[in-house]
Design a protein around this ligand. Structure first.
Ligand code: XIL
Length: 377
């Protein structure tokens, strides 16, 4: 297995704009980037005939979602594309602790998530809450608290946030990314230091259950399918949590895919994780064309073909799940230029990790998704 491609949330987070600096098409066209980007996309589209892909929500066997930033609501192109293709939304950044507690524990920000929730409601779209407790956030706001204050803050945060959106979200990623990248063990973090590696997860789910008895409560992770040890560690964690009586009701497979995942691995993992009988959320699908193999001289067309094969494999495996386990299928953005891969400083301007190009036209990835929904594994 080739060395793990650094996961952007790990390797590039410090590069990624924290927040909504994702660029709308309007911004791009108004910026100096307009010409090369337009040329890049236009050149690509000049080569290929436009793809005829039905609206993705119309062919998905479950709610079809996308990540959203509050700024997308002000981009009419994005809104039109979302209304046509998705029936569910996941806040990409503003529903996270880093944004909500940016002004400290006693001054939570809900302005942008309230706006997203209202947009979802007025457009008849579901809302998936992301994410209550994440190893990578909260250190500053919780720093220096004694145990009693830490407990009040931990429990209070979940009660306040999950309570505020009770009846507005259908589900929550209660805990995000609890396992080390190499799958060797659970992550240690400020939460596990206080409550133990499983303890903070158990506590978070229990508090979330109290705050919103109706929401479906998920554990969310990435690379389960592409790093076998991580997938195995995830399955063991789920087993421990269920045995401990954790109100864990759904499993999130982020599915930030790579083009070089060996054929069959994605589908095999989907079948394995489905054995718990729980609803499954493909929660953050994208598939970068980039690899960390410096000697990779493949043409863009070959990379796109590899991307299509992996995306169809995932989509087909999801479509083959029992209906009760098909919770939702969410892409981590609509247009290539909405992707976090295209906001990092290392952006090569050529990556096409999402189903639509910067002008909202279907990419081959959209056709790959449609093909997978059409042919359940
Ligand atoms: C990413 C967002 O896409 C970026 O815009 C932000 O700067 C960092 O977080 N796994 C997750 C998501 O669960 O919350 C991360 O989203 C991507 C990895």
């Amino acid at each position: 297995m080739k060395p793990e491609t650094p996961h952007p949330s790990r390797s590039a987070r410090h590069l990624l704009p924290q927040g909504e600096k994702g660029w709308s098409r309007r911004t791009i066209l108004a910026s100096s980037l307009a010409l090369p980007l337009a040329a890049c996309d236009r050149f690509a589209s000049a080569e290929a005939t436009p793809l005829d892909v039905p609206p993705l929500k119309s062919i998905a066997p479950a709610p079809f979602g996308t990540a959203i930033k509050a700024s997308h609501i002000d981009d009419p192109d994005w809104v039109a594309l979302a209304r046509a293709n998705v029936s569910q939304l996941t806040p990409e950044w503003e529903m996270k602790m880093e944004y909500i507690l940016a002004n400290g524990l006693d001054r939570p920000n809900f302005d942008r998530t309230d706006r997203i929730a209202a947009f979802a409601q007025s457009n008849g779209m579901g809302l998936h809450g992301h994410t209550l407790i994440w190893y990578s956030q909260g250190q500053e706001a919780f720093a220096g608290l004694d145990n009693a204050a830490f407990d009040r803050a931990f429990d209070g945060y979940i009660a306040t946030v999950a309570g505020r959106y009770r009846g507005k979200v259908r589900s929550w990623d209660v805990v995000n990314e609890p396992i080390l990248d190499d799958g060797s063990a659970m992550r240690d973090c400020h939460w596990s230091q206080r409550y133990g590696q499983d303890g903070y997860i158990l506590r978070a789910f229990e508090k979330a259950r109290i705050a919103d008895p109706q929401a479906v409560l998920f554990l969310n992770e990435y690379n389960q399918e592409s790093v076998p040890a991580k997938g195995a560690q995830f399955l063991k964690l789920v087993e421990r949590l269920l045995k401990a009586g954790c109100p864990l009701q759904g499993l999130g497979l982020q599915s930030h895919l790579w083009i070089d995942i060996p054929e069959g691995v994605i589908a095999a993992y989907m079948r394995e994780v489905a054995q718990f009988g729980l609803p499954i959320h493909v929660s953050e699908l994208d598939c970068t064309l980039r690899t960390d193999n410096r000697l990779d001289l493949r043409k863009q067309a070959d990379r796109i073909a590899a991307q299509g094969a992996r995306v169809t494999e995932l989509t087909s495996a999801f479509a083959a799940l029992p209906k009760a386990q098909q919770f939702a299928f969410t892409i981590w953005g609509l247009r290539d230029t909405d992707s976090w891969y295209r906001q990092a400083d290392k952006d090569d301007g050529k990556d096409k990790p999402l189903p639509f190009d910067s002008f909202g036209r279907p990419n081959p990835m959209a056709a790959a998704i449609a093909a997978g929904f059409k042919t359940p594994a």
